[in-house]
Design a protein around this ligand. Structure first.
Ligand code: G3H
Ligand code: 13P
Ligand code: ZN
Length: 326
């Protein structure tokens, strides 16, 4: 295992100050997943261009894919790159959907400034016990912790949930008090992946359950809420994928208007992964179809990176409201 390192030595920050400002300012911090260099370059560039604080997050699978030590220095590189671009960008490195104390501890020891412990599939008291154990360890190093109550449909690393279970507002106060978490992910109708709703011809996606969110806000006023499964599944990219040999008919996400409304509430962190994946896939497919003789990854990944920067700028400016907050 690699040597221990504290996130402050990498130039990273935890979520505390970011969330306090987002709560007061009525916007949400973008939490973008990344697995490789081009995704991270795009995130940094877009957040510098739009002056948005950012949470860069890796799943357990991404950590296995990219190597924990490599990720640590990529995050450090992200901070330095932003700096060289002239912006002192607040960057938080976050573990997405940690599923055990051990993986969270390993991240805390390896330079992460925030971790999620996802005990949402466990019975309430077991979720409390696991989350509390992570909080007690992480807080010794001023690493912030996200917990989850309620289950989202879709895939979260190795866990696949067929159906979602909305968060029960009557449980949140007790959970937050007993665990000491810094933020809480809730289930109000979003889900993971690119197929969030099964819609018939002409049907619209059902609205998020803002009534549940409001009930939760009443019970834990001013407490930072996190929204997972918040990709909009931009239809232009789905169409490009299908046009160039892909097969993603029926892919649909959460509307930007619903996310804008959430960002103005106690929702301080909005998780987006699938939209980034769609852009990259669409642009790589398009580039290779139009340039069949090309075999330099910089060409097709460069095209994908350029489009991803455009999309993330748009998200920060028009959806999350985080642009101009640095
Ligand atoms: O919530 C799940 C994220 O989109 C991460 O997905 O486990 O395939 O990296 P992954
Ligand atoms: P999407 O699949 O909607 O992008 O959600 C990502 C997410 O919640 C990561 O934790
Ligand atoms: Zn998630």
């Amino acid at each position: 295992m690699s040597d221990k390192v504290h996130y402050s030595d990498l130039g990273l920050v935890n979520t505390r100050d970011m969330f306090a400002k987002a709560m007061a300012g009525g916007y949400a911090i973008p939490a973008y997943n990344f697995n490789n260099l081009e995704q991270l370059q795009a995130i940094v560039t877009a957040c510098v261009e739009s002056r948005s604080p950012v949470i860069i997050q890796v799943s357990k699978g991404a950590r296995e894919y990219a190597n924990a030590t490599m990720l640590r220095y990529m995050a450090m590189g992200a901070v330095k790159m932003a700096n060289e671009m002239g912006v002192d960008l607040p960057v938080c490195l976050h573990l997405d959907h940690g599923d055990s104390f051990e993986v969270c501890k390993s991240c805390v020891d390896n330079g992460f400034s925030s971790v999620m412990i996802d005990g949402s599939h466990l019975p309430f008291e077991e979720n409390v016990a696991l989350t509390k154990k992570v909080v007690e360890y992480a807080h010794q190093f001023d690493v912030t912790v996200e917990g989850e109550l309620g289950v989202l449909a879709g895939i979260e690393d190795d866990v696949v949930a067929e159906k979602s279970t909305y968060t029960k507002p009557e449980e949140v106060e007790d959970f937050v008090k007993k665990t000491g978490v810094d933020s809480l992910a809730i289930s109000i109708g979003t889900s993971h992946g690119a197929f969030k709703f099964k819609l018939k011809e002409g049907e619209e996606a059902p609205p998020l359950r803002f009534d549940i969110l409001e009930e939760i806000e009443k019970r834990i006023p001013g407490f930072p809420i996190v929204l997972h499964g918040a990709s909009s599944v931009v239809q232009d990219y789905v169409a490009l994928i299908n046009q160039y040999g892909g097969k993603m008919e029926g892919a649909v996400g959460v509307s930007e208007e619903q996310l804008r409304r959430a960002a103005k509430s106690a929702v301080c962190k909005i998780n987006i992964d699938s939209d980034g994946r769609l852009v990259v896939t669409a642009k790589v497919r398009e580039y290779l179809a139009n340039n069949p003789g090309e075999f330099d990854p910089r060409k097709y990944l460069g095209a994908a990176r350029k489009e991803l920067i455009k999309l993330l700028n748009h998200k920060n400016e028009a959806v999350l409201g985080s642009a101009g907050k640095v």
